[in-house]
Write a protein that binds this ligand. Structure first.
Ligand code: GDP
Ligand code: IMO
Ligand code: MG
Length: 429
């Protein structure tokens, strides 16, 4: 298998960025295939911190990076991110960045609608990142999106703008908002067009070429399977499919290009935004894990909710997404705990179940069944070889592997790129 597809196997923020950056040196191209700048991927290289939302994490190591058609692209956010990274010394040019010209754009009307809906939703609030992701995907499926390729034909935008405005003006009226300012949208697009068009091309064609030449392709997922619009904790999910299969449709390669599916799994569980979370901790252990793990969102700065490792969830997401092996991250955050707990099943109204039920009311009602293990007092921070890990940390990793029925390929022991233990190279499967 020459290619690797990285996906989050929980509710996002598992450490995908760190692992993609680490793997990028073994790859010839890195491709984002879904989501948008709701993602926040943090890389730490020799103490320097890079925060990426739209750009593939391969860009920092100089690996050819592509944004596939499955991504919703906010061109102004892209411009800002490129400028920020260039300020950190990362070279970004049309040699190392390609953007699919069939990507739908996120416009100011999408951000407006995201905020208006969240404010109006009361208890039904999803806790979105406010980036306009949901409304932009709706417009794509509704066939009224403005896409990257439209930036080269702004003089022919009228019919598409008519379709877009017919929809949004009606919605906005319901929120007591003025109609869409078409001139303002056109001016905004004109302002950013040249910047985006520099990178725009049919990415499927570029991928075909590099694949033919024998390149190793690394697909970088955003969010996590529990946020998948079909398989996640609906309606408290994002608006894209985050499962591994999306790497094919979201980039323009067939499903046989997906290769080794590497699920990124945090050694405990976190979630940002609303929705059920069976193993959530409201006590001082949760607080301690949150502090040690610096669990604050990269995108919105919100405090992440924290809980014990939930093997039921990860077994389910690994199965749904066809995970070949996992990268277990942040094991160091569990250092120093007297005991650690793993959720192995749920109790729902007197019955024991081994999966997350589909209805959100049932998901909120399940009670976790825990297995308790001895913790370890030694530090795992920065360990780079499996034998350097304390015996109880190894037992924990082995138990996780057994319960999720999926092998561990990598272990991560700090935010730094090279503090990574390789057990099985996913590119050499
Ligand atoms: P992503 O969205 O999946 O890329 O994850 P984020 O970057 O949003 O969140 C993961 C956070 O944990 C980032 O701040 C990383 O720098 C950090 N991180 C990644 N791996 C490790 C690890 O093994 N140990 C510790 N302590 N931090 C890590
Ligand atoms: P990365 O790639 C964690 C969550 C939001 C909210 C829900 C819907 O860094 O792992 P959206 O703005 O997408 O409509 O919000 O999804 N969410 C994430 N949570 N990590 C992410 O990305 C997320 N992207 C979206 O908090 O609950
Ligand atoms: Mg993140």
């Amino acid at each position: 298998m020459a290619n690797v597809t990285v996906i989050g196997a929980q509710w996002g923020d598992e450490g995908k960025g760190k692992i993609v950056d680490w793997l990028a040196s073994r790859a010839d191209a890195v491709v984002r295939f879904q989501g948008g700048h709701n993602a926040g991927h943090t890389l730490v290289i020799d103490g320097e911190v890079y925060k990426l939302s739209l750009l593939p994490s391969g860009i920092v190591s100089g690996t050819m990076s592509m944004i596939g058609n499955g991504v919703v692209l906010d061109p102004w956010a892209l411009r800002e991110e490129v400028q920020k990274l260039e300020g950190q010394g990362v070279a970004i040019n049309d040699d190392n960045l390609a953007i699919a010209d069939n990507c739908p754009l996120i416009l100011s009307v999408h951000r407006d609608l995201d905020a208006l809906r969240e404010t109006a939703a009361g208890k039904g609030k999803i806790g979105t990142t406010g980036r306009g992701i949901g409304p932009a995907y709706e417009d794509k499926v509704g066939r009224r999106a403005i896409r990257v390729c439209d930036l080269a034909h702004l003089d022919r935008l009228e019919p598409q703008l008519d379709r877009l405005c017919a929809h949004h003006d009606a919605l906005r009226a319901g929120f007591d908002q003025p109609p869409v300012d078409r001139e303002a949208i056109l001016a905004e697009l004109a302002d950013v067009a040249d910047f985006v068009l520099r990178f725009a091309q049919p990415v499927w064609k570029r991928l075909k070429k590099v694949r033919k030449a024998g390149a190793k392709i690394l697909f970088e997922g955003a969010q996590g399977v529990l946020l998948d619009v079909d398989h996640g904790t609906y309606p408290f999910v994002t608006s894209s499919n985050t499962v591994s299969g999306t790497a094919a449709s979201g980039s323009g390669l067939g499903p046989n290009a997906i290769g080794f599916v590497l699920g990124i799994v945090k050694a405990y569980t976190t979630r940002v935004g609303s929705g059920p979370f069976p193993t959530e901790l409201d006590d001082e252990i949760g607080q301690r894990l949150g502090e040690r793990g610096h669990e604050f969102g990269t995108v919105t700065g919100r405090q992440r909710r924290v809980g014990w490792f939930d093997a039921v969830l990860v077994r389910q997401t690994c199965s749904i997404s066809g995970v070949t092996g996992i990268a277990l991250t942040k094991i160091d955050v569990l250092d120093g705990l007297e005991t650690v707990k793993i959720c192995t099943g749920y109790r729902l109204r007197g019955n024991v179940i081994d999966y997350l039920p589909t209805h959100s009311a049932d998901q909120a009602e399940v009670e976790p069944i825990y297995e308790e293990m001895e913790g370890w007092s030694e530090s795992t921070v920065g360990a780079r070889s499996y034998v350097d890990l304390p015996a109880n940390a190894i037992k924990y990793i082995q138990r996780v592997q057994e319960l999720i029925e999926t092998p561990v390929s990598l272990v991560s022991t700090s935010p730094e790129r090279d503090d990574t233990i390789l057990m099985k190279d996913p590119f050499e499967d």
